[in-house]
Design a protein around this ligand. Structure first.
Ligand code: NAP
Length: 479
């Protein structure tokens, strides 16, 4: 039996899933994509300077290595071209429905199939794979008076390129990884830039550089070289960065690296003090950037730490007075803890996923949820990383889904047992105990109740091991 598979989203996850189905000769799938093209977050985030702080050779599929990366760290246009190239090379486009939003998915128990409702109508599928990502819904802050602002205002993930910033006063609210990337670019053209910082972030340098023609030719001609380089980057992240987040040997090293970077790049002790976090490094996502601090030291840039009280027609009012602005950019992150609850997902017994997850999203291995048969999540709860490439995790999850397909073909819809889920929850809680994300800071890794629902606490090699082969005893089958 060839399952009919609905894939939601055409970013890294959705494309990876479709490619593996193609490779297995399963062409009975449809990718529903709400946007106008493939690429997911790399289609949406077009702000100036957008790029990835994970090295290019690791931030790509292991089965579709790309030797011609132009930089050590890829820019957004190059990642998007890579993903578009994958869609073309594997002939996925005929099965992608663009501009089609999935609004609901309901498991029909009598048919043992999912009824997927999109903006284009209803269809039945055997399997639903959610590949909507964790960072796909921009979060605007709830600041009084936002609609009263006189000038243009937009979120960093919906950059309005029609708004010229040259010679204008720009206010940026937020200072996370996105803001750190575009602030240097905006500072170059704006007349004045105010960066509104609520909490300072730890920042470490990004040792970016271009790969010259020689290096690119070597990567192309000597596949071993590319494999070895990728492996080296992966192992470095795994063995040096992960222990730093787990209270291990490199925690202090990372802290000293960040403090040294701050000292080198910010000579003014007063500004330095305001940029120094008071929580352990890694508790919030570490910013990896070498251009951020220098931009903040420019005479035409101010780091504003006074509390924002409201937005007024002429700018941003703080506890210390008005900061005039012509344009406001909200670099305020994403709605992360709801996962796919923007889609109404109804499982067996009429259970709503949003209701099941009201105290925090959770899934066995981050992939499957009790009472939701044949529903698989890519980049689901507790599978985000603070230290390595998410593409690696997605590949593990896709391999797991592929491993489940023969089981569900043979024995009907499969659903993870609540006991397996409970055991998983306990082991996750134990692993989470030593992680730095639990220290006293707020971050998008946690939900409103303070539970870390975004991140995977282990190493990625552990995750690969435990997701390598589905264990049938963890599931209940219809037959
Ligand atoms: P973010 O890290 O969630 O940062 C949001 C920023 O907005 C924070 O500085 C936050 O302050 C601030 N903020 C939120 N609400 C506010 C309010 N009401 N008033 C004042 N400030 C407010 O978002 P992001 O920078 O878009 O990054 C999100 C994630 O995307 C990153 O953590 C990373 O995982 C990913 N990303 C990755 C890359 C890459 O190169 N791989 C690049 C960009 C983004 P507080 O800290 O005080 O909450």
């Amino acid at each position: 039996m060839r399952p009919n598979v609905a894939i939601i989203g055409a970013g890294f996850g959705g494309l990876c899933m479709a490619i593996q189905l193609e490779k297995a000769g399963i062409r009975s799938y449809t990718i529903f994509e709400k946007g106008a093209d493939v690429g997911g977050t790399w289609r949406d985030n077009t702000y100036p300077g957008a790029g990835c702080d994970i090295p290019s050779h690791l931030y790509s599929f292991s089965f579709e290595r790309y030797s011609s990366w132009t930089r050590r760290y890829p820019g957004q246009p190059e990642i998007l071209r890579y993903l578009e190239g994958c869609a073309d090379k594997y002939g996925l486009r005929p099965r992608i429905r663009l501009n089609t939003t999935v609004v609901a998915a309901t498991f029909d128990e009598s048919l043992g199939r999912w009824r997927v409702r999109t903006t284009a109508g209803d269809e039945l599928f055997d399997v639903v794979v959610s590949a909507v990502g964790q960072l796909n819904r921009p979060q605007l802050p709830d600041i009084p008076g936002m609609s009263s602002f006189d000038g243009p205002a937009f979120h960093s993930a919906r950059w309005d390129h029609s708004v010229g910033l040259a010679g204008r006063r720009v206010a940026v609210i937020g200072n996370g990884s996105s803001a750190a990337q575009f602030i240097p670019k905006v500072a170059e053209v704006a007349d004045h830039l105010d960066v509104f910082q609520r909490t300072p972030n730890w920042v470490i340098p990004k040792p970016d550089s271009a790969f010259g023609p020689g290096a690119r030719t070597a990567f192309r001609r000597v596949p071993f070289l590319q494999r070895a380089y990728r492996e080296w980057v992966y192992r470095y992240a795994e063995h040096t960065l992960h222990p730093a987040l787990a209270g291990g040997w490199s925690s202090d090293l990372l802290r000293r690296r960040a403090l040294g970077h701050l000292r080198e790049q910010v000579p003014d002790p007063l500004l330095r003090a305001r940029l120094t976090p008071d929580y352990p490094v890694g508790c919030k996502r570490v910013v990896i950037d070498s251009g951020f601090y220098p931009a903040l030291t420019r005479p035409d840039v101010d780091v504003v730490t006074d509390r924002i009280t409201r937005i007024v027609p002429g700018g941003v009012e703080t506890s210390a007075g008005l900061r005039e602005a012509d344009v406001i950019v909200y670099a305020t992150g994403f709605e992360t803890s709801e996962f796919l609850t923007s889609i109404q997902v109804t499982g067996r017994g009429g259970r709503h996923l949003a209701e099941e997850w009201k105290d925090g999203a959770e899934a066995y291995l981050g992939i499957v949820v009790p009472r939701f048969p044949n529903l698989f999540l890519l980049y689901g709860p507790n599978t985000n990383l603070g230290h390595n490439s998410i593409v690696f995790m997605i590949e593990c999850q896709v391999r797991y889904v592929m491993g489940c397909l023969p089981h569900l073909a043979a024995r009907g819809p499969m659903e993870v047992r609540p006991e397996a889920m409970a055991t998983w929850r306990r082991s996750l809680d134990r692993a989470m105990e030593g992680m730095v994300w639990q220290a006293g800071c707020t971050s998008w890794y946690k939900n409103a109740a303070g539970r870390v629902t975004a991140n995977w606490p282990g190493t990625t090699s552990t995750y690969r091991r435990i997701t390598r082969t589905p264990r049938p005893e963890a599931f209940r089958f219809a037959r």
